[in-house]
Design a protein around this ligand. Sequence first.
Ligand SMILES: Cc1ncc(COP(=O)(O)O)c(C=O)c1O
Length: 378
Amino acid sequence: MFNFDERVDRSGTFSCKWEKYKGKDILPMWIADTEFKVAPAIQQACHTQIEHGVLGYHLPAQYTPANDAVVRWCKSQYNWDIQPSWIVWTPGVCPGFNVAIRAFCQAGDIVLIQTPNYPPILAAPEFNDCTPVHIATVEENDGWMLDFAELEAQAKDPKAKLFIMCNPMNPVGSVLSQAQLDRVAQICADNDVILCSDEIHCDLILDELTHLPAGNHAQLQHRSITLMAANKTFNIAGLGTSFAIIPDTTLRNTFNAAARGIVPWVNILGLVATQSAFTECDDWHAAQRNYLIGNRDYLAKAINAIEGLKALPAPATFLLWVDASKLDLGTAKNVQDWCESRGVGPSPGVDFGNEHFFRLNFGVSRDMLEEVVARLSA
Ligand SMILES: Cc1ncc(COP(=O)(O)O)c(C=O)c1O
């Protein structure tokens, strides 16, 4: 019914992903947008808005259809009952975690961050005059997981005020279980640490797992900011529309005060697209998940068959974190150079905190993925 096999020509569209290797025979497999067209319902909803013709200011908090759509989605996907008043719209998840640091930390405070991690999360503490303390990711039962013992030890520092968590985790694609989220909640409660949980990938769970939003945890309800968006899942990241869910009134007021004057309202097309994604696209969402599972399984198998490369299949996201530490680089300068010399452009692992890895975005047509595998295997 939906055609994820279609290979859309994005050349000349100034897409961030395709501009990087413009004019070179390198397939861009880096930044996390997919190569898929949005669901027909989203396209239609945007058309309708454009046909109305006026694109002036809109008040996101008062835009009931989008707020109701978020309420519906949280209930249907995670069995989380939220109030529309808990939603704070932000023009991207990145502003969300940067504002959280300004809201809940003083200059010189410690922000806890799991590594490797999405580069803007790694950069955020220093942008806001705070000190990042990195918590390792460890291999556990054939998957990746946060080093809880280290989190527990580092959270004890009285300067540690905020933990920016990423769940599901970019780049490793791990998903926290109930017991693991309980442990995070206990550590935050014991040490009076606020949790800012970046859950932008939470609707991309590929394995038979359930996503557990931080804000729906009894112990975290009054000490968390949950950041979500339809951006990744429904490929509308360019519309810059995300939201924080902050059940606690005091935390929400503090967050809003820190955003005032520097964070603009989200735009009407982003609201309309998000509303459509969360109310009209359940079939498309399920179909994309199936397609991504096929892509992930195919890619992980192919990568593991290449000498010197190893990848643990990600339980969530459309990202594969590839260990190239045993790779014979030959004449290549580094891992990234090795990939690019074969005509494939992944995200450099060094940007996430590990130079021996690279990250492949498998949110692409199967045909493009086969080409990537052929190039890397050659
Ligand atoms: C973990 C994570 N957070 C945030 C973002 C970016 O979100 P936004 O475009 O809504 O700022 C990304 C994009 O890749 C991401 O992977």
